[in-house]
Design a protein around this ligand. Structure first.
Ligand SMILES: [Zn+2]
Length: 74
């Protein structure tokens, strides 16, 4: 029995890592940051995740909101 180490994630390299999103990547961001955004579900285990324009917008909005909320609740 041979162990197969086929990297199925390879062909998706240029596709948005967000679940159920098949748009080409526009930006790549740190996975940690994306994990903090509950409205974004990303696949894969790499440190960097690729996001399409739409998903990046969501990400940016969410992180912005987060920061604004932080300084808001003093
Ligand atoms: Zn996307």
């Amino acid at each position: 029995m041979k162990r197969r180490d086929v990297d199925f994630s390879a062909p998706t390299n240029n596709i948005c890592n967000s679940v159920s999103c098949n748009t080409p990547i526009k930006r790549s961001v740190s996975r940690k940051k994306v994990d903090a955004v509950s409205s974004l579900n990303v696949e894969g285990t790499s440190k960097k995740v690729g996001l399409c324009q739409d998903c990046y917008k969501i990400f940016k909005k969410a992180t912005k909101k987060d920061r604004a909320m932080e300084s808001f609740g003093r």
